[in-house]
Design a protein. Structure first.
Length: 304
């Protein structure tokens, strides 16, 4: 018997959480399986990689989608509760709770990145119109978006000094400093003269890049005065190059200040770009599975 799709698990999850209590993820797995009358065969079915039961994986994705839409919340790790929006689903007796329904919520649209014209076109296609490669690439983008969102939430839980060390590790992972042991380090104290870390620009250490790292909540933007202070800190160090990284974003005035500055070369990295770079350079993430896509090599047969 086929295991229900992740979309089919959405409504049972909302109904389960409708009691308003805090539910642990393992309890949700168990009680949703019971509510949907999953058979032993369905619960024993595993993913192709055989790393996880299929129903567990699909309930997990249903939880992710519902959370991104704002129908449920996760106040702490692996704990879930229903939101006011989720309660409306029960009150209005919604029966068609799926990804199409969730797209009425702006947060879910943002999660799926539907504002991108190419992605909108892809979403408008039916699943039957998409090639297997298109489905793989689209699924990979959704996986990446989910991991990056989780990354940013995890970063916000870290101490200021841990965050400073994290960004230094990222810059080194991107290839700065080569393989020398002291390629990069965080300063011993947060905000040491306005500098939180430094990395050598190359293997020979001919130049140093200074880092300022601000672990701010998403709505706490970095403004022009803070950028000006960073310029001053670089000047005190006699430095020409700097990177300002924040988990939030920069105001328009802060960006303009960097664009107008001719004395220093400063790069701004906001929260979205930060987690995108961490994902690309495998900082704070690990590879779960690698899929190789192959095609017919016609040139090979032409040489026979």
């Amino acid at each position: 018997m086929i295991v229900p799709s992740y979309q089919e698990f959405m409504l049972p999850i909302v109904k389960l959480l409708s009691d308003g209590k805090m539910w642990q993820k393992r309890e949700i797995y168990q009680d949703v399986a019971i509510a949907m009358h999953l058979t032993a065969e369905q619960m024993e079915d595993t993913l192709p990689s055989q790393t996880q039961p299929t129903y567990i994986n699909r309930i997990g994705w249903a939880l992710t989608y519902l959370k991104k839409a704002g129908l449920i919340a996760s106040p702490s790790r692996s704990n879930y509760t229903i939101t006011d929006e989720g309660k409306k689903i029960i009150k209005e007796n919604v029966t068609n709770l799926n990804t199409t329904y969730l797209r009425r919520y702006p947060k879910f649209v943002e999660f799926q990145n539907l504002d991108n014209k190419q992605n909108r076109k892809s979403r408008e296609q039916s699943e039957d119109e998409k090639t297997p490669l298109e489905k793989i690439l689209e699924g990979n983008e959704i996986l990446k978006k989910s991991v990056c969102d989780d990354l940013l939430n995890k970063i916000l839980e870290q101490s200021p000094y841990a965050f400073e060390q994290l960004v230094v590790n990222l810059i080194v992972a991107m290839g700065y400093g080569g393989n020398i042991a002291d390629a990069g380090k965080a300063t011993k104290k947060s905000g040491d003269e306005g500098i939180d870390g430094l990395v050598k620009e190359d293997k020979l250490g001919l130049d140093t890049i200074y880092i300022q790292a601000k672990r701010y909540n998403r709505d706490n933007l970095v403004g022009h005065p803070t950028i000006q202070q960073f310029f001053g800190a670089l000047q005190l160090k006699g430095a020409r190059k700097g990177i300002f990284i924040t988990t939030s974003d920069f105001t328009k005035q802060a960006v303009e200040a960097v664009n107008r500055n001719n004395g220093n070369s400063v790069v701004l990295i906001n929260g979205e770009k930060l987690v995108d770079l961490m994902y690309e350079y495998n900082v704070g993430v690990s590879v779960e599975k690698t899929i190789t896509i192959k095609r017919l090599d016609s040139d090979y047969f032409d040489t026979l």
